[in-house]
Design a protein around this ligand. Structure first.
Ligand code: AMP
Length: 198
């Protein structure tokens, strides 16, 4: 019975996702995926202690993709994933690319440092999911018509790193701009005092 509960196929995921997981050879959910996926699907807010290598990215990406289902014609991104670094952005984009296949969901990645114009252009596709550093999100909000009012799912990944890098003010500002009805998930390797308070 326990093994059955651990299986992706028993989690009520879409055929497209199950196909992608099978292509990736993800035969069993990792520990954190077993814990997070059902809670995320239920719409719960989640705080998770996790490290890179635990399968944490797919742990939220799988239920997120399952919930969003298909591209929305309504203007406004429905999921915002805040990340601290370019390195994590590359990992996250690999994960989303692999899991999104077979759906028409769109995503955009907006991070500091390079291809400013191209990144802004990608917002014109009305991405369902936006992966971004908090600083860049604030720039987009200030410089374009982009808003966060349609965000239903907010993921704060590597929150300890985000706070160490001094992004707390931007994160608080972003929280004010997303609906209070959103689902929120915070992932962090450690929960230092400042983060615990937050
Ligand atoms: P992460 O902790 O998100 O950095 O993921 C670590 C690595 O585990 C990534 O390369 C994923 O492709 C891989 N991975 C994630 N979930 C699974 C799974 N259920 N089975 C096998 N590999 C996985």
């Amino acid at each position: 019975e326990l093994l059955e509960k651990l299986d992706f196929a028993k989690m009520g995921l879409s055929d497209a996702l199950l196909e992608n997981l099978s292509q990736l050879n993800y035969t069993k959910p990792t520990h954190i995926q077993t814990k997070i996926i059902p809670l995320f699907l239920e719409g719960k807010d989640i705080v998770a202690c996790s490290k890179t290598g635990s399968g944490k990215t797919a742990a939220y990406m799988i239920p997120l993709i399952n919930k969003l289902k298909c591209h929305s014609g309504v203007i406004g991104t429905r999921a915002l994933i805040l990340i601290p670094s370019r390195e994590l952005a590359l990992q996250t984009s690999k994960c989303i690319r692999e899991l999104i296949r077979g759906t028409d969901l769109k995503y955009a990645i907006v991070i500091g440092g390079h291809d400013y114009e191209g990144q802004f252009d990608s917002l014109a596709s009305n991405p369902d999911i936006l992966i971004a550093t908090p600083g860049r999100v604030m720039e987009i909000l200030q410089e374009t018509k982009f808003t966060l009012t349609k965000v239903e799912h907010l993921v704060i990944d590597e929150a300890d790193a985000l706070f160490e890098m001094g992004f707390a003010p931007q994160i608080r500002e972003i929280l004010k701009r997303v609906s209070t009805k959103r689902q929120t998930m915070l992932l962090s390797a450690t929960i230092p005092a400042e983060l615990s308070q937050f």
